[in-house]
Ligand binder design. Structure first.
Ligand code: GLU
Length: 416
């Protein structure tokens, strides 16, 4: 059967609800996104041809506040993926206890195949197409795979032009000059570093050998901060072209220099560094594996051979449902995406709050508050895992589900 991440989400939800005794009718609503919009996006390519792209915006839940979540530009985007990503945002925001629901958008396009001006046209046309759904009180986009601060600047400008005044709070992850927050670019990676620190503290590990799959914003910054702040060895990192491995740790400052020059890892070389495939990276000899690429990377087959004892999910949905049971059976701890990679949306929340108040924070205040929120969420999830004797993934779902079903009960059903 075709991999359907939204059905996977529903099956994990059922397990979490059963484990903590929440009745099916109390969470049925979470199996149905509130709104799903599909849009057609014609643009004139640089060579004068007209091309029509397809896009989506899904609002999964606004139970706890406005919908919140990124926009993905990727050739594999489809409605089931966007629905799953939207649902994960609802749960992520509930786990870190910020006042948002969940949403997600996507355009089926390979952004690397478009010029800068084509990307701008597509982003603006997409913004115009989803205009009725978005707004600072309704649904607030952010970057995701294939989009960045510039995409959010264009989105914010398009929305503002339609309204006749600047509305910075319509999107987060913007550049600083147009209302972005200090610390937002690093936030997801910083959150991963914080979770890595907390995991190692809890296990009494002073040192760890870490492998990171993915060298985009999240993978590269996670690796850099874990290396710089925690002093851990990064033994492997990969991008679309493959990975590099060094048993006693890569020189992350030179890898970072290579990556920031927008060069592929297949072209990186240094003494003692071995080139490996993405599959070899997942299976390499390390203590902590951080998948920071796309969904469904750790399959049951990979899970049965994994050497890492700990997985910290920086990507959304990197572990398949089957792989999850294999990992649990082998006693490998998985710190789930909806907890581990929540740093991005937490600082998005700070950015939005700054935009609404027109009052901007110092970077150290952003980082300190992020730390506080991540530490609290980590403790909440650990406590649920102990209380219900479940995996950390189910514990994270339970933590969120309890907050969501409580909100649903308090709000009631309209109309009565
Ligand atoms: N795309 C990021 C995520 O999956 C960030 C979302 C946001 O900041 O709204 O968590």
């Amino acid at each position: 059967m075709k991999y359907n991440p939204f059905l996977n989400f529903c099956s994990v939800l059922d397990k979490a609800a059963a484990a903590c005794g929440i009745a099916p009718e109390d969470y049925e609503v979470l199996k149905h996104p509130e709104r799903e919009l599909k849009v057609a996006l014609p643009i004139i390519r640089d060579d004068g041809r007209l091309e029509v792209f397809e896009g989506y915006r899904v609002q999964h839940s606004s139970l706890r506040g406005p919908c919140k979540g990124g926009i993905r530009f990727h050739q594999d985007v489809n409605i089931d993926e966007v629905k799953a990503l939207a649902a994960w945002m609802t749960f992520k925001c509930a786990i870190v206890n910020i006042p948002y629901g969940g949403g997600k958008g996507g355009v089926q396009v390979d952004p690397h195949a478009l010029s800068a001006s084509e990307l701008e046209k597509l982003t603006r046309r997409y913004t115009a197409a989803i205009l009725p759904l978005i707004g600072p009180q309704q649904d607030i986009p952010a970057p995701d795979v294939g989009t960045n601060a510039q995409s959010m600047d264009w989105l914010m400008d398009t929305y503002s032009m339609m309204h006749g005044y600047a509305v910075p709070g319509v999107a987060t992850g913007k550049d600083i000059e147009v209302g972005g927050s200090l610390g937002r670019t690093e936030a997801t990676g910083r959150g991963i570093m914080i979770i890595t620190r907390l995991v190692c503290e809890a296990k009494g590990m002073k040192k760890a050998r870490v492998a990171v799959q993915g060298a985009g914003n999240v993978g590269s910054i996670s690796a850099k901060l874990i290396y710089e702040r925690l002093g851990f060895d990064i033994v492997a990192i990969s991008d679309v072209s493959g990975g590099v491995y060094k048993a006693d740790g890569l020189d992350m400052s030179s890898v970072w220099e290579h990556l920031t020059a927008k060069k592929l890892l297949k072209d990186y070389s240094a003494p003692g560094v071995r080139h490996i495939s993405n599959k070899e990276l997942l299976l390499c000899d390390c203590d902590i594996l951080i998948p920071a690429a796309l969904e469904n990377q750790i399959t049951a087959e990979i899970a049965s051979e994994l050497k890492a004892g700990i997985v910290i999910e920086a990507a959304n949905g990197p572990t398949s449902v089957d792989a999850d049971s294999v990992l649990a059976g082998r006693g490998i701890d998985v710190y789930p995406d909806i907890l581990a990679n929540a740093g991005g949306v937490v600082v998005s929340y700070f950015e939005w709050a700054q935009n609404l108040q027109s009052l901007y924070w110092e970077e150290e205040d952003v980082n300190r508050m992020l730390d506080k929120v991540m530490v609290r969420a980590f403790r909440d999830v650990k406590a649920a895992a102990d209380e219900y004797r479940v995996t950390l993934r189910l514990a994270a779902y339970i933590t969120a589900l309890k907050r969501l079903t409580r909100a649903a009960k308090l709000r009631g059903i309209f109309p009565r």
